[in-house]
Design a protein around this ligand. Sequence first.
Ligand code: NZQ
Ligand code: ZN
Length: 387
Amino acid sequence: MNNFEFYSPTRIIFGRDTQKLTGAWVKKYASKILLHYGGGSVKKSGLYDAVAASLKEAGVEFMELGGVSPNPKLSLVYKGIELCRRENIRFILAVGGGSVIDSAKAIAVGVDFKGDVWDLFLGKAQTDKALPVATVLTIPAAGSEASGNSVVTNEETKVKAGYRTMYNRPVFSILNPELCYTLPKEQMANGVCDMMAHLFERYFTRTPNTELTDKFCEGALKTIINNAPKLLKDFKNYDAWAEIMFSGYIAHNGLLGMGRQEDWAPHAIEHAVSALYDVAHGAGLAIIFPAWMRYVYKEDPLIFAQFAVNVWGLSDAVRNPEELALKAIERTEQFFKSLGLPARLSEIGVKKADFAFMAEHGHKYGSQGFFKKLTQGDILKILELAY
Ligand code: NZQ
Ligand code: ZN
């Protein structure tokens, strides 16, 4: 196990009706805030009204900025920064999914930053300042409700890049599984795939002696695999959503990667795909992750065999770890398909002519992998496998 330092300060307020507590919690930090949301689902579901009422009741004044799109765009981040500066707003409440939360975090680091906020995302600058952000989560997926990451797309250059800082971890996040009932089914599947991917990025490591975090990852994966199919049968199954929502948080608050080398190459490759094609992040991962697994498993078939036995319940009577590894990858693909997720880049309209751009982008604006160090040539081969 490697040395590590763990600090995950986000307060989680979990359960039924908890959105009604928003105002009271915000009031502990600020009396005037920016309320940030997406393309309208919160207005349709009534959540916007509930949050607004709770803010008013607590005496919190708010200005609002809606319109965050999935794969949030830099142009709206600039708008938010200007608005906060002009109105002297020092606190942001994100009501929505990972895209809204990431947009809020980008605004939060941009307000007091002297240069162009995009330089933070390009790795050209750092900041130790950020306005506090809090969230009311509406889709369990990205894990942004407790992570220090923000992922934004520059729509002009078609670059999707992430900025990570401890100052961007939300001060609190409200997680009410009931808020998921209005999700489109495909968004549930996208979210499930994304949280599984967050566990995979940590699980498939070359660091030896990581028994506790191995078991945490396996437990979270099994919980997700057990509960997601229940939602296909009954979309208002509170307990299944509660397990999924808790798993999405635990998959990405950082704990499960402690003491082990994480990978993140599949995420970087997917970001290159969704920057160009605006595909949902989870759907992109359902295609990229199995292809990555097939490309790298020979580096350490034993951890894939462990995955086969401990997560998928495949028999350890099969003596050949490579055979087990391949079976586990197949099961993973089948599971994604059973949720209605796409399996091939060709299915979502990706053109091979864009592979070179995506390989360069994936290599430059993300990790180059640790489980297996990847060159641009390797990424091209993974994209071919995924096609
Ligand atoms: O915009 P609205 O109208 O709210 O609709 C959204 C959006 O269309 C809809 N939705 C969300 N909650 C709903 C709902 N519709 C009905 N009822 C609800 N309760 O779902 C759509 C997708 O929302 P989005 O926020 O884009 O989804 P997600 O949470 O999957 O976020 C994806 C983004 O997060 C980034 C991804 O790259 C992508 O840009 N990630 C962020 C990470 C982080 N900050 O730590 C890590 C992840 O690996 C990921 O990269
Ligand atoms: Zn992700």
